[in-house]
Ligand binder design. Structure first.
Ligand code: SF4
Ligand code: SF4
Length: 161
C-alpha cells in the first residue's frame, strides 16, 4: 500500500495524521497508542536478568501466550491476568520499561525523538513489512512450554535486538 493509502487508512481508523511525529507518547489517544506497536513481538520474548549487573538478555523463547505465527498476543485483553510476568507499557512506567525494550521498539523510538523505520507498518502501510524486514522474530522463536526453564540460557540472543 502506498503512503497515501496509509494516510487514508489512518484517517479511517481515527488516527491523527503522522501522530507519531507530532505528539509525545503521553498525548497519544488509545487507538494511536495501539497502532504504534509494530507487531515485532520482541517484548514477548523471555528475558533473563543478570543478578549482579541488572543487564537484561533476550532469549528466543516466547511467552506461552504468544501466537508464534502472527506474533500477536493470544489474549491481549486478559494478558496481565493470564501471564504474571507480562509487563504492560503505559504512560506511568515509560522510563522504567523503555530502558530495557528492544532498540527497534516504536515506543522507544518515539520517546527518544527518533523516526520510525521504513518497515514500520505505519510507514509502509503493510503489517507484514516488519516480518519481511527481518525485524520480528517470526520463524525463529520457540514456545515457552517447549523449553524447560533451566535451558532458557541456551536460547539467549547474543546480538542487540
Ligand atoms: S517491542 Fe515495542 S513495537 Fe515491538 S511488539 Fe513490543 S511494544 Fe510493540
Ligand atoms: S501475555 Fe501476551 S503481551 Fe504479555 S508477554 Fe505474553 S504474549 Fe506478550
Amino acid at each position: 500500500m502506498s503512503r497515501g493509502g496509509q494516510t487514508k487508512r489512518a484517517a479511517r481508523e481515527g488516527l491523527r495524521k503522522d501522530f507519531w511525529r507530532r505528539f509525545p507518547l503521553e498525548e497519544l489517544t488509545r487507538p494511536e497508542w495501539e497502532a504504534l506497536c509494530d507487531g515485532c513481538a520482541k517484548c514477548c520474548l523471555i528475558k533473563l536478568e543478570d543478578e549482579d549487573t541488572g543487564a537484561v538478555a533476550y532469549t528466543r523463547v516466547a511467552c506461552r501466550l504468544l501466537d508464534l505465527g502472527t506474533c500477536r498476543c493470544g489474549n491481549y485483553p486478559l494478558r496481565r491476568q493470564l501471564v504474571r510476568g507480562c509487563v504492560v507499557l503505559d504512560r506511568d512506567n515509560l522510563e522504567t520499561v523503555l530502558s530495557w525494550m528492544p532498540r527497534t521498539c516504536a515506543y522507544r523510538l518515539v520517546h527518544e525523538g527518533r523516526a520510525l523505520e521504513p518497515w514500520h507498518p505505519l510507514i509502509s502501510g503493510d503489517p507484514e513489512s516488519v516480518h519481511r524486514a527481518g525485524i520480528s522474530l517470526r520463524g525463529r522463536m520457540v514456545a515457552e512450554y517447549e523449553v524447560p526453564e533451566e535451558d532458557w540460557e541456551d536460547f539467549v540472543i547474543e546480538e542487540e535486538i
